[in-house]
Design a protein around this ligand. Structure first.
Ligand SMILES: [Zn+2]
Length: 427
């Protein structure tokens, strides 16, 4: 990667112009924003520099979930694609896109994959759903197509098909959630297939963290690099923003495309947090036709970094997602995400498996119990762990030794589709 900035990178002047257009457009066509601006004493004729965007109060995801049609700026005949969020958190959200929004979605992914170094010479195994009302698979397809990559739409469900296509097509890259990549690697091992030598050099990972806050690879990221012989790139996307931030080869956080999105990180009171500290990612979409969003609190927490990247880009980057709003734990006056607890447990070699259990003590405080199965003296290991928690996150949760079978039951309760390390019993 050379130091030259890509030609598509928007200048601050272009970003400001795109914002002014979004503000004018939403104020005119979105019932919600018309009333929202009026309530905040803002006239559609106002000139608001991006630096003063905080004059407009942020909007919570729950507001959009309850009344998505209030955000719709176009008549029904302009809509070409209707998707829904996966509903892993709260109420699934219905989202609509026009032809121009699909074009913007593809352009965004074109920029994201180009950031990760994809070119027309790449053949990409797309292990992401194209259907079931998800936006991601289609977005990736549109972006890769714009880059003229070869695309193998294998989907997210059949490791045997993936291995077969890897043998026959020799793709150079894969796009997937990390847990599925582990699954395919396991299948390869079982069948004696040398995945690391198969020629896949880039693995774009979505939906699950592959890095620690200092940008080093976490255990999941390291395993992917080892088993796939591929460089890991983390990408972050949100359906409602129809945008993604993907890492460059320097692996220092996902790069923002400033012509398509304006991003802030806010604390609970709606104030910006200092760069490098995790805050709620709050986004303003630029150039969206059907459902533009202004200061939308995504519910995802991550740190923003503004120092120029080693790749030469000067665009804002985001660090790993440290957690979601509804996972936030209130412990003895501090706020902690389960991911911080998980990082400590994952890097304690004596702990073979664990489950984190959250309970509500009262409105202001939660309690945490961690059940661990370990090799060696359980009392000693628990005491050492408590010390690590106290040192690294300032609180020491209850730690209870348990059998691997008891923990398995907590991780995979009846009806669970996915193994969970965090059991939230607060609701
Ligand atoms: Zn970079």
């Amino acid at each position: 990667m050379t130091a030259a900035a890509p030609p598509t990178e928007a200048t601050p002047a272009r970003q400001q112009a795109a914002w002014e257009e979004t503000f004018r457009y939403a104020g005119k066509h979105s019932r919600f924003y018309r009333e929202h601006f009026a309530r905040a004493g803002i006239s559609p004729a106002d000139k608001i520099p991006l630096a003063d965007i905080a004059r407009i109060p942020p909007v919570d995801k729950s507001v959009v979930c309850q009344q998505p049609d209030e955000f719709l700026c176009v008549p029904r005949e302009k809509i070409v694609d209707i998707v829904t969020t996966s509903g892993t958190t709260g109420q699934p959200l219905l989202w609509q896109l026009t032809d121009s929004d699909l074009e913007r979605l593809g352009y965004n992914e074109q920029l994201s994959f180009a950031t990760a170094g994809f070119t027309a010479a790449d053949t990409v195994l797309l292990a992401v759903a194209m259907d079931r009302c998800f936006i991601a698979g289609m977005a990736y397809f549109l972006g890769l197509r714009k880059l003229a990559c070869g695309i193998v739409r294998a989907g997210p469900a059949a490791p045997a098909l993936h291995l077969d296509m890897i043998r026959r097509v020799r793709p150079t890259a894969v796009v997937s959630v990390p847990s599925f990549l582990h699954h395919v690697a396991e299948k390869a091992r079982e069948t004696g297939f040398d995945l690391a030598a198969a020629g896949i050099r880039k693995a774009v990972c979505i939906g699950e963290p592959v890095r620690e806050n200092d940008f080093s690879l976490n255990r999941a990221g390291q395993l992917i690099e080892t088993h796939w012989g591929a460089k890991v790139f983390s990408t972050y996307g949100v359906t409602e923003l129809a945008a993604s931030l993907c890492e460059c080869p320097a692996g220092q956080g996902g790069h923002l495309h400033p012509g398509l999105l304006y991003l802030e990180a806010l604390d609970e009171a709606g104030q910006p947090v200092p760069d490098g500290q995790a805050g709620e990612l709050t986004a303003t979409t630029l150039g969206v036709e059907a459902m533009p969003l202004i200061r939308y609190r995504s519910g995802d927490f991550a740190a923003i970094h503004r120092a120029p990247c080693a790749c030469g880009r000067t665009t804002l980057r985001i660090g790993p997602i440290v957690g979601r709003k509804n996972q936030k734990l209130k412990l003895k006056g501090t706020t902690v995400f389960p991911s911080a607890l998980k990082t400590i447990l994952d890097t304690t070699p004596e702990v073979s498996t664990y489950a984190i259990i959250a309970r509500r003590e009262n409105d202001l405080a939660d309690t945490i119990e961690i059940k661990i199965s370990c090799s060696g003296d359980a009392a000693k290991i628990s005491a050492a762990l408590r010390e690590r928690f106290r040192g690294e996150i300032k609180v020491a949760p209850h730690i209870t030794p348990a059998t691997a079978a008891e923990i398995e039951e907590l991780q995979l309760p009846p009806g669970a589709r996915k193994r969970r390390y965090f059991a939230d019993l607060r609701h």
